[in-house]
Design a protein around this ligand. Structure first.
Ligand SMILES: Cc1cc2nc3c(=O)[nH]c(=O)nc-3n(C[C@H](O)[C@H](O)[C@H](O)COP(=O)(O)OP(=O)(O)OC[C@H]3O[C@@H](n4cnc5c(N)ncnc54)[C@H](O)[C@@H]3O)c2cc1C
Length: 309
């Protein structure tokens, strides 16, 4: 609700930088939970906004969410009801003897970067400063970590008798230098990745088909279809896979590849060296020359869109 942040004049309401997460909570037969669900967390992919199921000892909830800035094509409660209508979800409810318990709706700030987190006599922690992870909105450890830094800096301020903005700046220095700062280094890329996948129901319809197809691409399932000649079956799978691949490649190029910049250079080297024995012509190069030449070679042969990654 940002009461303190607003009253202190640090910032206004979140507005459209927030997500709205409607949820349906169910009670169920407790003794069946372990047999049917175990310790899993489930996602329901498809033409919905990021739909997920979180499981508890005596029940579970399903939710679906979206940024407020986006146009919702249905009312939030209707979106989550659509998830509840999935036949597999209904079957699970029957087995668990699940009954709807409560409807809930939450706001969650889900931003590229935290906001300014301090001023004279005040620091913002957790959701109040938009610390939740920019990839999937996880925010508990972010709240704990920022709270720890704020506590440390508050102790410094109390012992020196100075809680001015200048002193409290140390708070930002500390969280920026920690894993919390690193979490938001690729904030723009992370939010765009999510925005264009899980929060894009149209794309998800096709991507899920692709991913399921891809997951079937292990030697046994694609060769063994008892109703067809095996080679015929293999070719059918391959053809379908190739039909779907270009769209997925576009998505990966635009939203996944930019994250390549975050891969540590020593790991890039390791990947390159592991690739080397697979290309016979490269055995003529020493490892050192190969590591020097390959990036230049790759730039020459790669399509323009891939070069930046
Ligand atoms: C549906 C949903 C699912 C999520 N799932 C996960 C997950 O699986 N994992 C994860 O890590 N994160 C998850 N998150 C995010 C996570 O819950 C938050 O990022 C985290 O709880 C933020 O902690 P916080 O202490 O900053 O704020 P909050 O947990 O919101 O605590 C703020 C507290 O302040 C109280 N308060 C507000 N105003 C006043 C006032 N004026 N006076 C006194 N008290 C006040 C509120 O009642 C509240 O109890 C989820 C969020 C949502 C909405």
């Amino acid at each position: 609700m940002s009461t303190m942040a607003r009253k202190s004049g640090m910032r206004n309401r979140w507005g459209k930088g927030c997500t709205l997460v409607p949820q349906l909570d169910y009670s169920c037969n407790e003794s069946r939970m372990d047999d049917v669900i175990g310790d899993a967390e489930w996602c329901w992919f498809g033409p919905f906004y990021g739909a997920y199921q979180v499981n508890f000892r005596d029940g579970f909830h399903i939710g679906a969410g979206q940024w407020l800035r986006k146009d919702w094509d249905v009312k939030p409660v209707d979106m989550v009801k659509r998830v509840a209508e999935i036949p597999a979800f209904q079957a699970m409810c029957r087995v668990l003897e699940a009954k709807p318990r409560e409807y809930q709706a939450h706001l969650l700030p889900w931003m590229e970067k935290p906001v300014k987190s301090y001023r004279d006599g005040m620091m913002l922690v957790g959701d109040a400063a938009a610390f939740p992870c920019p990839l999937e909105g996880e925010g508990v450890w972010h709240a704990c970590t920022s709270g720890k830094f704020a506590g440390e800096v508050a102790a410094l301020a109390c012992s020196s008798g100075d809680a001015s903005e200048k002193t409290l700046q140390e708070y930002e220095v500390r969280w920026k230098a920690s894993s919390l700062g690193l979490e938001h280094k690729f904030g723009k890329e992370f939010t765009e990745l999510w925005d264009n996948s899980i929060f894009n129901p149209e794309l998800m319809k096709k991507q899920i088909q692709f991913l399921l197809e891809f997951s079937m691409l292990h030697p046994f399932s694609i060769v063994f279809d008892w109703g067809d000649a095996h080679m015929e079956c293999f070719n059918q799978h391959l053809e379908h896979f190739l039909d779907l691949a270009p769209e997925f490649a576009d998505f990966a190029k635009t939203y996944v590849l930019p994250l390549g910049k975050g891969i540590h250079p020593e790991l890039v080297e390791r990947m390159m060296l592991q690739l080397k024995p697979n290309v016979p012509v490269l055995k003529h190069f020493s490892d050192k020359t190969y590591l020097k030449v390959l990036p230049r070679l790759a730039k020459m042969v790669m399509p323009a869109g891939l070069k930046q990654g």
